[in-house]
Design a protein around this ligand. Structure first.
Ligand SMILES: Nc1ncnc2c1ncn2[C@@H]1O[C@H](COP(=O)(O)OP(=O)(O)O)[C@@H](O)[C@H]1O
Ligand SMILES: [Mg+2]
Length: 305
């Protein structure tokens, strides 16, 4: 029997929901579906012969699918580098992919074996953008979902029952552009149908949870801009530059950091580029680089405090 969780563990498991609520913006319908499965996994309620939890995250590009996976890994396992096995399926598109993933000969274990060892046999395996994977790689993935184990080229069998398995797909991202004014239920249905056509119904049925992420509205984009700006300003503060955002700064970030096909994927880079531009220009002009950021000619400049 699994030992009863201690008060400390319980508090930690309970904290997952607010942790995600604070960091994943505009996907309020997704978090309540994902959290209970992770909580089941952490409380030892999952089937011991299968992965701790399995998720299929669908929707357009740049709306938080990969991000929520990384955040869950960070929260549960602390060290994302070590415990998140991120397999970017665009790197597994051709015939050689299987060898790359599982090893080529009886002395190798492939990327999966290597990452498995680094993760010390527990964590999150992210099959990112599975619509790009070679069909044989997808078959491997199914086996992982079903059996919770996989044999690599050197003959070792990796036990995956201490992993959460996440698959993301940007399936229908293009078609979604056309549906932008449709109600959420219609969009969700549309994407689920597409996924069913592409991934086979028996595959879909194997996941504990399927979620369709929404396109982010303006309010959500602005909130994400504020988070990214906050991170950048903290970094600059640590370098000795005290900056605060003036009027219109967030709006500028949204206008430059959001792209129809990439969602908010470039928001972080946009915040970085604009803020560093402002600091650099001030320094080069021999002026103080602390003060208030203001919008100037489609960029940012600093008004000294
Ligand atoms: N809903 C969201 N809430 C907060 N940040 C987000 C959200 N969506 C995207 N981001 C930001 O944009 C970046 C790209 O998002 P990502 O999750 O990689 O997109 P995708 O849905 O294509 O996997 C993330 O690193 C994160 O910083
Ligand atoms: Mg992604």
């Amino acid at each position: 029997m699994t030992p009863a969780p201690s008060a400390v563990n319980l508090a930690h498991i309970q904290g997952l929901r607010p942790f995600l609520d604070e960091r994943i913006i505009g996907q309020e319908h997704v978090i309540p579906k994902v959290v209970p499965i992770v909580q089941n996994g952490e409380l030892g309620l999952a089937d011991p012969k299968r992965p701790k939890g399995t998720f299929l995250l669908l929707g357009p590009t740049g709306v938080g699918k990969t991000e929520i996976t990384l955040l869950i890994t960070e929260y549960i396992y602390q060290d994302v580098q070590k415990h998140c096995i991120r397999l970017d399926m665009s790197e597994y598109q051709n015939q050689e992919s299987l060898g790359l993933l599982l090893g080529k000969d009886n002395s190798s274990r492939g990327n999966l074996g290597r990452f498995y060892d680094r993760a010390e046999g527990r964590g999150v395996i992210l099959f990112d953008e599975i619509e790009k994977a070679h069909p044989r790689v997808l078959d491997i993935f199914l086996q992982v979902l079903d059996a919770g184990r996989i044999t690599v080229a050197n003959g070792d069998t990796l036990n995956l029952c201490n992993f959460y398995i996440v698959a993301t797909s940007n399936i229908g991202a293009d078609a979604l552009m056309e549906l932008k004014n449709s109600p959420m239920a219609t969009v969700e249905r549309f994407i689920e149908d597409l996924a069913a056509a592409e991934l086979r119904p028996e595959v879909l049925a194997r996941f504990n949870v399927r979620c369709v992420f929404q396109k982010l509205g303006y309010a959500a984009q602005k909130k994400i801009a504020a988070i990214m700006l906050g991170k950048e300003l903290k970094l600059l503060r640590e370098k000795g530059y005290q900056l605060e955002a003036g009027e219109g700064v967030l709006e500028l970030l949204v206008s430059q950091g959001v792209e129809p096909r990439l969602g908010v994927r470039r928001m972080r880079a946009t915040a970085e580029t604009l803020c560093r531009h402002a600091v650099r220009e001030a320094l080069m002009a021999g002026q103080p680089a602390s003060g208030t950021l203001r919008v100037q000619h489609g960029s940012l400049a600093i008004t000294p405090a």
